[in-house]
Design a protein around this ligand. Structure first.
Ligand code: SF4
Length: 314
């Protein structure tokens, strides 16, 4: 039985962020590569970072994304799309107590507007492979720390912001928070991903007393424009932040970076950064600003450097 976190809400509204360079569009299976080649050959390539074949990006987006949407979907229907496209923003996590569904929050369809509770049938259809298997993105080791967390999880998820109410920015072994900030700022490469990581670096510096002369371009603004236009229902920013933190806990990716106590300080730090983004976006509709802040906080946590930052907590 697939476990869904109570209160998690999502539906694909086609805001389109997932068809950009937010993630590698792969790995693709051989049949998927063959299907895509029927539409236009030569638009896949090997990506050494994920050790698999991906769709070649074009101008910061999938090469199959057109003004009128996904041409793979138009030609072959939902089932003809690569598994990675059907799966995002879902994640499957195998735990010692069963298979659970988590979601990424770098997707305004997940974070913004009047979205319904996650539909179990949609989640299963979106995450199973062509052969019907449910392959986990993460298999969590059975440790004492995990068992202790799981015993407390229902209580922690009732108030996720309180669950991580510890001091952010713990002292670091061998590096400083300024070093971390500059590393993230160094990720600027003209892509929206680079902008998001540089935003994170800027906010870390700002929270350590460095003046910020101006804000950078906001990553994936067109997708958030579409999300704001389609969503009449607004939510308080803390609801959006709490929903994100709840999935950071529930998704158990923190187990790859350390203990639950380290996770609390990690999340308190990224939450402080998200709150600073929110404060800097004062003229933006509050729920949208919170969704953009969550995206930056989640992107920073997914960057390869972050695991070593967490391990450097003293
Ligand atoms: S194949 Fe279609 S759904 Fe997948 S990333 Fe490209 S445009 Fe988006």
């Amino acid at each position: 039985m697939l476990q869904i976190r109570p209160g998690a809400r999502y539906r694909c509204f086609g805001d389109g962020l997932c068809c950009t360079d937010i993630h590698s569009i792969g790995p693709l299976t051989r049949p998927e590569v063959r299907r895509l080649a029927q539409i236009e050959p030569g638009l896949t390539e090997r990506n050494p970072r994920i050790d698999g074949v991906v769709i070649t990006p074009r101008a910061g987006a999938c090469a199959h994304l057109t003004e009128s949407g996904c041409r793979v979907h138009a030609a072959l229907g939902l089932d003809g799309k690569p598994g990675v496209c059907r799966r995002f923003p879902y994640r499957l996590v195998r735990t010692p107590v069963g298979l659970r569904l988590s979601t990424e929050h770098r997707c305004p369809c997940r974070t913004l507007g009047d979205r319904p509770p996650i539909d179990l049938a949609d989640a299963i259809a979106s995450t199973r492979t062509a052969s019907g298997r449910m392959v986990a993105d993460l298999v969590v080791a059975d440790t004492e720390d995990l068992r202790a967390y799981l015993a407390r999880e229902p209580e922690l998820l009732r108030d996720p912001l309180a669950a991580i109410d510890v001091e952010p920015f713990p002292p670091l072994e061998d590096v400083t928070w300024n070093d971390v900030a500059h590393h993230y700022r160094g990720k600027l490469d003209g892509s929206a991903c680079g902008d998001a990581l540089a935003w994170f670096g800027d906010m870390v510096l700002a929270l350590h007393g460095h003046p910020l002369r101006q804000l950078r371009a906001r990553p994936w603004k067109p997708a958030f424009d579409r999300a704001e236009a389609r969503s009449m229902a607004t939510e308080p920013p803390d609801t959006i932040l709490a929903d994100w933190i709840a999935d950071e806990l529930w998704g158990l990716e923190w187990t790859e970076r350390g203990t639950f106590e380290q996770a609390r300080r990690d999340l308190a730090t990224r939450l402080a950064v998200a709150r600073e983004v929110l404060r800097r976006l004062a003229g933006v509709r509050a729920d949208r600003a919170a969704a953009e802040a969550v995206l930056i906080g989640e992107m920073a946590g997914a960057a390869p450097l972050w695991a070593s930052v967490v391990r450097a907590f003293r």
